[in-house]
Design a binder for this molecule. Structure first.
Ligand SMILES: CC(C)(COP(=O)(O)OP(=O)(O)OC[C@H]1O[C@@H](n2cnc3c(N)ncnc32)[C@H](O)[C@@H]1OP(=O)(O)O)[C@@H](O)C(=O)NCCC(=O)NCCS
Length: 179
């Protein structure tokens, strides 16, 4: 499912984190003290429907996180990240990111959104995504459209996007075979 948010039509507001969590945000490099739990949280993308079939997801380690950051930096990509941190442990348990490409500042395609299994269903996915969106609309007035793609079986992610104002613009069938 391809969903699109038209910034001029969206009512992008902030959402307070649920009790027991705080939100943090950065551009580019993950703060060192959050690096290990960012890698662990990113690994939960394995739970997304269809990940196993066609897409080779990396094994997320702190080194892989740093390598991806370096690659984005080298390409002039501004990588924005928002996370939910569990207050009791200081660990990241939810994360979302969006890249801003230097070639086209009017549109972008959302990156990852992922919540650790024990913390799903509390609104953290929507909260971190709303947080990044609010920042984008505040200081990127040239941004007009944000796209995102989700497996049609991923009702939770589709619902999160709908509640943020994304509308379904296209359904795509992906076919793969071994050669
Ligand atoms: C998708 C994901 C990020 C959602 O995070 P979350 O914090 O649990 O989401 P939220 O609590 O903010 O919202 C979930 C919404 O989906 C709904 N939902 C959850 N499971 C659902 C299901 N099986 N069918 C329909 N709706 C569902 C919830 O009721 C809620 O909607 P509501 O706000 O109207 O009540 C999380 O499940 C996850 O990390 N999944 C694995 C990784 C993944 O799939 N990432 C997306 C890849 S594109």
């Amino acid at each position: 499912m391809l969903q699109t948010l038209t910034i001029s039509e969206a009512a992008v507001g902030g959402i307070a984190p649920p009790p027991g969590y705080r939100v943090e945000q950065w551009t580019g490099e993950t703060p060192e003290h959050l690096l290990a739990s960012v890698a662990a949280t990113r690994q939960s993308i394995d739970d997304a429907p269809a990940t196993r079939s066609a897409v080779r997801a990396p094994e997320w380690t702190p080194e892989v996180v740093r390598a991806e950051e370096a690659e984005a930096r080298a390409g002039g990509v501004e990588q924005r990240v928002a996370v939910a941190v569990e207050e009791a442990t200081g660990l990241v348990v939810a994360l979302t990111d969006v890249p801003l490409h230097p070639g086209d500042l009017t549109r972008t395609h959302w990156g990852t959104t992922v919540v650790m299994p024990a913390h799903r269903g509390h609104g953290l996915g929507r909260m971190v995504k709303a947080h990044l969106l609010r920042g984008l609309t505040a200081d990127r007035p040239e941004l007009e459209h944000v796209g995102t793609g989700t497996d049609s079986a991923n009702s939770a992610m589709i619902r999160v996007n709908e509640r943020l104002g994304f509308v379904t613009t296209r359904e795509v069938v992906v076919v793969s075979r071994s050669l």
